[in-house]
Design a protein around this ligand. Structure first.
Ligand code: PEP
Ligand code: MG
Length: 588
């Protein structure tokens, strides 16, 4: 524990997996392996090559073992993300370059290989492609394993640490995260990463509190330091004072009390005080999150972000593979529904599968439905898998990033083609699958009255809607202050979409992060949102918020908010209103 005279220090990152934990830091692989260098004679080359081959085989074996372990522990879907690691061990560019370097430089193979791998990583990192940049972590991880085998060092794996601790790392690879011993690892903090990085996805599915995007944390902390990790707010506190620990202890107790309260309402319907039923569903990225959804009290799944099944795949999953995943989700959610979103790749995600050149403005580029329409075979494979899975539960389908009716019609034409193909093959499928669209572009909200005539429902993707309305890149920290969900322009677009939906007899949901913000529940409810789809951990809180509110009063409240001009004032007013109605939830 930090000595009493040591100053408390607070660092701010992004909380990606909720929970508060304290403990000793273990800095993971802060110091790279010392790689010895020695000259060799040409006569030693064959024995160096032989050592290299043995290390490659051993590493491959090790990765296969990890993959099997993970498949057993958290499912084959998460384990498949090691396919990319296995490809690194077989990467001819890397191996051939190392062999050439060996002959040219006449140094020991671990030194030559390390240099080659470093250069390779630098080259990948410099390419303006998020997928290739993400691959750097895989190559580094595999390189480290190969070098450890060459050096004959036993691996200092995270799962071998035998005392409770909090991991601090530059980045955790999927293999590190998946092998974490849940009994001993209280939480983790990484310098890199985002909400959608591998480690964040894994942390959520493993239920481990985590913070990402905390630059320099590996050097700011050292193994043995005592820290407090707040996975809700993304705050990491070094040498927490007695006062802070006491305060967090209180917070923890309040959270436990509120959590108990929330458990009691888990099976109750999400009705407002004046009896309006709001569908409260969950967002998922991977089928492995289904257990958490089941125990959260969610009424089905309002957003299944299917692109996560494509993570770390060099080729997209086949129709059958996709079908199996979607079917599992449909069956497990039954009798509730699942809204499955078609591929949202492009932009900042999975560009390698899009097989296209880089774009200057990827968020304004060939993303989501645009990319699917440009690559009909990729799209149709997914549509067939969805239609087939639809026969096993209550499944709906929605297209992301629709900006005009023509895109919707073209997507539907491909959907019809898929139905014909399945019928021709005699394969069962859901004939009358309901189709909806995401409202993510201001253009879509502005023509919502036209679009509403051609779909069964809307779901607002507020993460993108705010980004495109305000022209603020949702991931750019420098202009984050301009990313304002309570801006009057956003509220007007939401109101327009809701009115258009209701005037045309369809319902409207929201599945962006706004839906999980308890202070925005009265506003969204009052604007006429019929369905809230939120991250699983937020389900109980939003249920409690909805049950504490009156629809009619919220309509009046939303009307007042809509007449105001200052986003900050609207935000404050929302917070005050929400605090009046469910103060306890603000302790969570
Ligand atoms: C959104 O944009 O709000 C949304 C739910 O989609 P994603 O975050 O996957 O872009
Ligand atoms: Mg979106």
């Amino acid at each position: 524990m930090g000595a009493p005279h040591e100053q408390e220090i607070i660092w701010q990152g992004i909380g990606v997996s909720p929970g508060i934990v304290e403990g000793d830091v273990v800095v993971h692989w802060q110091n790279e392996e010392e790689i010895p260098v020695r000259d060799i004679t040409p006569a030693e080359i064959p024995s160096e090559i032989a050592r290299f081959e043995v290390a490659l085989i051993a590493t491959r074996q090790e990765l296969l073992e990890i993959q099997q372990k993970i498949a057993g522990a958290i499912g084959a879907d998460d384990a498949s993300i090691f396919d990319a690691h296995l490809l690194v061990v077989e990467d001819r560019t890397l191996i051939d370059e190392a062999l050439r370097g060996l002959e040219r430089d006449l140094n020991n193979i671990e030194f030559v290989f390390h240099q080659v791998a470093e250069k390779y990583c630098r080259t990948l990192a410099a390419i303006d492609d998020p997928y290739l940049q993400e691959r750097v972590v895989d190559v580094e991880d595999v390189t480290r394993r190969i070098i450890r085998h060459l050096l004959g060092k036993s691996r200092e794996e995270l799962h071998k640490l035998d005392r409770p601790h909090i991991i601090v790392a530059r980045n955790l690879t999927p293999s590190d995260t998946a092998l974490i011993n849940r009994e001993l690892v209280r939480g983790f903090v990484t310098e890199q990463g985002s909400r959608t990085s591998h480690s964040a996805i894994m942390a959520r599915s493993l239920g481990i509190p985590a913070i990402v995007a905390l630059p320099g944390v590996c050097t700011k902390t050292a193994t043995g330091d005592y820290v407090l990790l707040d996975g809700y707010s993304g705050r990491l506190i070094g040498n927490p004072s007695e006062q802070t620990r006491f305060a967090y202890g209180q917070i923890e107790r309040q959270k436990v009390a509120v959590t108990h309260q929330l458990e009691a309402i888990r099976e109750t319907p999400s009705n407002t005080r004046d009896g309006r039923h709001i569908i409260l569903s969950a967002n998922i990225e991977l089928p492995s999150e289904l257990d958490a959804v089941a125990s959260s009290g969610a009424e089905g799944i309002g957003l299944f972000r299917t692109e996560f099944l494509f993570l770390n795949k060099t080729v997209p999953p086949s129709e059958d593979e996709q079908y199996e995943s979607y079917k599992l989700v449909a069956e497990r959610c039954s009798p509730h529904g699942v809204i499955i979103r078609t591929l949202d790749i492009g932009g900042d995600k999975l560009m390698h599968l899009a097989d296209q050149t880089s774009e200057d403005n990827p968020f304004l580029g060939c993303r989501a439905i645009r990319l699917c329409l440009a690559q009909p075979e990729l799209f149709k494979t997914q549509l067939r898998a969805i239609l087939r899975a639809g026969a096993h539960g209550h499944m709906r389908l929605m297209y992301p990033m629709i900006g005009q009716a023509e895109e919707l019609r073209r997507a539907n034409a491909l959907l019809e083609e898929c139905k014909q193909e399945l019928a021709g093959r005699g394969i069962p499928y859901l004939h009358d699958i309901e189709v909806g669209i995401m409202i993510e572009l201001p253009a879509a909200a502005l023509i919502a009255d036209q679009l509403a005539k051609e779909v069964k429902f809307f779901s607002v993707g507020s993460n993108d809607l705010v980004q495109y309305t305000m022209a603020v890149d949702r991931g750019n920290e420098r202009i984050a202050y301009l990313y304002q969900p309570t801006h009057p322009a956003v509220l007007r677009l939401l109101a327009m979409a809701a009115t258009a939906a209701h005037d045309n007899g369809i319902w409207i949901g929201i599945c962006g992060e706004m839906a999980s913000e308890i202070h925005l529940t009265p506003l969204l409810l009052g604007l006429g949102i019929d369905e809230f789809s939120v991250g699983t951990p937020a389900v109980p809180r939003i249920k409690k918020a909805l049950q504490s509110l009156e629809f009619q009063a919220c309509q009046e409240f939303a009307g007042r908010a809509a007449s105001m001009t200052d986003p900050q004032e609207i935000e404050t007013m929302c917070r005050d209103y929400a605090k009046q109605h469910y103060p306890d939830l603000f302790d969570l």
